[in-house]
Design a protein around this ligand. Structure first.
Ligand code: 5RP
Length: 237
């Protein structure tokens, strides 16, 4: 990602314009206030979530967190949050999950996975009773568009790439892009067309581990931060 003029670094993230940082911070801090004592909380990944973690740590709640990436897990532990593995020893449900997004369209479809964590992020979002998305205002788009991240298996890759390309346009593998689960990261060049149709088509390709389209039905609310403050959008509401 290239830095825009006047950019400032986020907390551990890439350089972005100052107003954008403020929007991310406001959305993240509003989400931290939604967390209650003793909750089980899913933590997303990215530069917006990087503002959530200290806001959550400052509240000194007795919560148990699961992290969608090693990066988030390490940052949360450094701040004193209790992070547990989301493995077979863990309860199946979470009270709340909070995560960023690359795009949010008018109907509430998300594109996620800019950070390559979309498969774990979708598992955590689907396991949560409430999934809250935190974005700055520039993430709002009329309709989702490329690039669309996907995670693929190595086995059968040529067949998988051909099927994904037929559904979502040219596919570019991310150089060195591997998830902690061993998947290959790639981005589809679109056009994306109707997100529900595309999501179903990608779900039907056996070698696709996960894709970055998250349906509105998964999203409880979207907190949108900007220079003015923070507002709440509810898909379908
Ligand atoms: C990572 C994600 C992120 O939530 C998404 O890329 C947004 O990141 P940021 O808050 O840095 O803009 O999906 O896989």
């Amino acid at each position: 990602m290239t830095a825009e003029p006047g950019a400032t670094p986020g907390p551990g993230g890439p350089a972005v314009p100052p107003g954008r940082e403020e929007g991310k911070r406001r959305a993240a801090e509003a989400a931290a206030l939604l967390v209650g004592d003793r909750m089980r909380v899913g933590l997303g990944t990215g530069s917006t979530v990087a503002y959530l973690l200290p806001a959550l740590a400052r509240r000194k709640l007795r919560i148990v967190c699961v992290a969608t990436s090693p990066r988030t897990g390490r940052a949360a532990v450094r701040l004193g949050l209790n992070v547990q593995p989301f493995d077979r020893s863990a309860p199946a449900r979470l009270d709340l999950a909070v995560d960023g997004a690359d795009q949010v369209d008018r109907a509430g479809w998300l594109v996620k996975g800019g950070g390559g964590a979309h498969t774990r992020e979708k598992i955590v979002a689907a396991a949560a009773d409430r999934f809250v998305v935190i974005v700055d205002g520039r993430k709002l788009v009329p309709a989702v568009r490329a690039p669309l991240p996907v995670e693929l298996l190595d086995f059968g890759l040529p067949a998988t790439l051909a099927a994904v390309q037929a559904a979502a346009g040219p596919v570019r593998l991310r150089p060195g892009g591997r998830t902690p689960d061993g998947g290959l990261l790639a981005d589809c060049g679109g056009p994306l067309g109707d997100p529900a149709t595309l999501a179903a088509a990608l779900d039907a390709v056996p070698g696709v581990v996960g894709h970055g389209l998250f349906p509105p039905s998964m999203v409880s609310e979207v907190l949108v931060g900007d220079d003015e403050g923070c507002r709440t959008l509810r898909p379908g509401g």
